[in-house]
Design a protein around this ligand. Structure first.
Ligand SMILES: *Cc1c(COP(=O)(O)O)cnc(C)c1O
Length: 226
């Protein structure tokens, strides 16, 4: 019917065929229309990733709980309550103050929230994520909370044209993941490693990612870079 929707369906189907079975695909759906998102869901997308709570909320009203919802953007404290209502996982927790706010919201809603700890793997200034050397301490603190469950790590890595240059940052995050897993911290279940985007997901999977977050390769180019 519409070329654009057919393109999305073909892209999703193709990608799902090439991604190993143990790797979960998060469709990074920022800026996409409801029709575009529906086309992706109809083609087998089971997790939608959003950077903004409000955009997720708008789409949640249309798509509902037939898919899982992951927060993949920087979460502001004043959006924590809405975020807890909508999301099945928050992939971007990087500080204890936000963790405490989330804990309180979860308690009020009696909802357990799986979280990933976002790692600033390239130690870039003005980038979100906890520094690799601070991650363990943060996880120990979060592990004491009752309603948040640390399930693994997430990283963006630096924006570099050559994906091979991103590999060391994925490697570093995987090493950190293994170290924390080996610590066997009570209430921490290191299961997921979320890394890799359209340009870098193949390298990320080689380096141990089992969640990849893909936008452009499914939906085509975005008008504005968010
Ligand atoms: C947009 C986005 C992606 C996907 O990026 P693409 O290059 O479009 O695949 C992945 N992760 C996060 C956090 C994003 O904001």
């Amino acid at each position: 019917m519409n070329d654009n929707f057919n393109k999305i369906k073909i892209s999703v189907t193709k990608l799902l065929k090439t991604v190993p079975e143990n790797v979960a695909l998060v469709a990074a759906a920022k800026t996409r229309t409801a029709e575009e998102v529906k086309a992706a869901v109809e083609s087998g997308v089971q997790i939608l990733g959003y950077n903004y709570v409000q955009e997720a909320e708008t789409m949640y009203k249309i798509i509902g709980s037939q898919v899982k919802w992951h927060m993949i953007g920087h979460l502001q404290k004043n959006k924590a309550k809405k975020a807890v209502q909508i999301f099945d996982m928050i992939e971007t927790l990087d500080n204890v103050v936000l963790a405490q706010v989330l804990e309180k919201c979860c308690l009020e809603m009696n909802k357990i929230m799986p979280v990933l700890i976002e790692i600033n793997s390239a130690k870039e200034q003005n980038k979100s994520g906890v520094l690799p050397e601070k991650a363990k301490e943060l996880i120990y603190q979060i592990s004491k909370l009752s309603y948040l469950k640390v399930k693994g790590l997430m990283t963006m890595g630096p924006f570099l044209a050559n994906t091979e240059q991103i590999r060391p940052f994925f490697k570093l995050t995987k090493t950190l993941f293994n170290e924390i897993k080996d610590d066997n911290i009570p209430n921490v279940d290191m299961q997921y490693l979320s890394m890799g985007m359209s340009d870098s997901y193949k390298v990320a999977i080689e380096e141990g990612a089992n969640i990849i977050r893909i936008g452009t390769k499914l939906f085509g180019g975005r008008v504005k870079r968010l």
